[in-house]
Design a protein around this ligand. Structure first.
Ligand SMILES: [Zn+2]
Length: 62
């Protein structure tokens, strides 16, 4: 799965705060994500998070 920094991930499961979207701050073996709803940041193993991604939104523009 192709995930890049600054992508917005729409997750299958909601965060406890109710938001379903996460901003990608860092990729690699572990992803650092920020919840769009509450701003909470967390580190998740790539393999784990990939199963929970419903959609990737990229703000390409340029
Ligand atoms: Zn949240």
């Amino acid at each position: 799965m192709d995930v890049q920094v600054n992508d917005i991930l729409t997750m299958k499961k909601k965060h406890p705060c109710g938001a379903q979207e996460m901003l990608v701050l860092r990729t690699g073996m572990d992803f650092r994500l920020r919840c769009i709803g509450c701003g909470h940041e967390f580190l998740v193993p790539r393999q784990k998070i990939e199963k929970h991604i419903r959609k990737i939104t990229r703000k390409d523009g340029t």
